[in-house]
Design a protein around this ligand. Structure first.
Ligand code: HMG
Ligand code: MG
Length: 297
């Protein structure tokens, strides 16, 4: 049976903006984050502690956080030791580490093999947990790799089990380039869920490159998943994943769930208004049905 409630994790300020070439003013990012919080989104990725040479858009991470930290789950991404040091400095409480299941993608994204990243992350995660931090692990290329093709369920489950053994609180399982299909998604979550301790939160992260994200979310719901990453306006994509387009639009997911009488506690009109704040800065048309239909929702 389907869940009665779903938790939405907003990734627009991070995944949504990271791929935009022209720099968006820090004040605009802060206003966007505040408007999304005001819409009722209680969990959000705010920014990333990554190399400013690799992802210039995220170089104002500290300035964004200075104005946006509160008692909610405000995640900041960090891929390595340097990122974790910046995280401690910032005083944030919730971190998201990220690793790809496939080596080729992980090398393009963070210049290490998957195993090298895991060796670096193991003691960092132990320290983060000892310091009472919430640790989310984002699992890229969990279904498909733009360089290697289809990723096996076994490889993804194995990496997730290793992260669970390291003590992470949450796994966000990602279809980085929008190649997953509902059958594959259902199979993966059906195998993955019982292989992890019940205390580990499981989240689906779907890019909508081929228009399959909502179908993949429905398949996840049927497999017992009740947490989803999404991006207001359908913004987003990883700069190191050729062919990736935006995340599924938050307002599109909200519309589907509301029609199915599944509670989220998020106000869809307020999400649409939040998108208005950043829309003028976007270089691509917004991939969101509900944003464009706004008068009729
Ligand atoms: P590298 O060049 O191998 O790094 O890059 P390095 O360790 O050799 O250091 C080189 C320089 O970078 C040094 O500075 C370091 O201090 C600096 P220099 O001495 O030359 O002046 N540096 C840093 N600066 C700031 N913050 C840091 C940091 N680390 C090193 N954390 C590195 C390795 C990981 C840094 C680089 O590859 C990188 O920044 N990658 C980030 C890629 C990224 O942000 N991708 C997008 C997010 S993941 C995603 O979108 C997928 C997701 O949505 C799920 C899905 O959809 O799949 C989560
Ligand atoms: Mg992503």
């Amino acid at each position: 049976s389907l869940p009665k409630e779903v938790t939405m994790i907003e990734v627009g300020p991070r995944d949504g903006l990271q791929n935009e070439k022209s720099l968006i003013p820090t004040e605009v990012k802060i206003a966007f984050i505040n408007a999304l919080k005001d819409a009722g989104l209680k969990e959000m990725e705010l920014t990333s502690f990554v190399s400013p040479k690799w992802v210039p858009q995220m170089k104002d991470a500290e300035a964004v956080l200075e104005h946006c930290l509160d008692k909610r789950r405000n995640f900041v991404l960090a891929p390595n030791q340097k990122g974790v040091e910046r995280f401690y400095q910032s005083g944030a409480g919730h971190i998201a580490v990220f690793v790809g299941v496939s080596d080729s993608f992980n090398k393009k994204n963070i210049n290490k093999t998957t195993e090298e990243s895991m060796i670096e992350l193991k003691p960092l995660i132990r320290d983060l947990k000892e310091n009472g931090k919430f640790v989310r692990a984002c699992i890229s290329t969990a279904f498909f790799c733009p360089y290697e093709g289809k990723v096996s369920i076994e490889d993804t489950v194995k990496l997730c089990e290793t992260f669970a053994a390291y003590g992470v609180d949450e796994l966000s399982v990602a279809d980085t380039v929008g190649m997953a299909n509902p059958k594959h998604v259902h199979e993966l979550f059906t195998v993955l869920k019982p292989s992890l301790p019940e205390s580990v939160l499981l989240t689906g992260h779907f890019h909508n490159t081929r228009g399959m994200a909502l179908a993949n979310i429905y398949a996840s719901l049927e497999a017992g998943i009740s947490r989803f990453d999404s991006s207001a306006g359908g913004l987003g994509g990883c700069p190191f994943a050729p062919g990736a387009s935006g995340n599924v639009a938050t307002e599109d997911v909200l519309f589907m769930l509301a029609e199915m009488e599944i509670e989220t506690g998020v106000n869809i009109e307020k999400v649409v208004s939040a998108v208005d704040l950043v829309a003028p800065y976007m270089s691509r048309p917004l991939d969101s049905k509900i944003y464009h239909l706004r008068e009729n929702i």
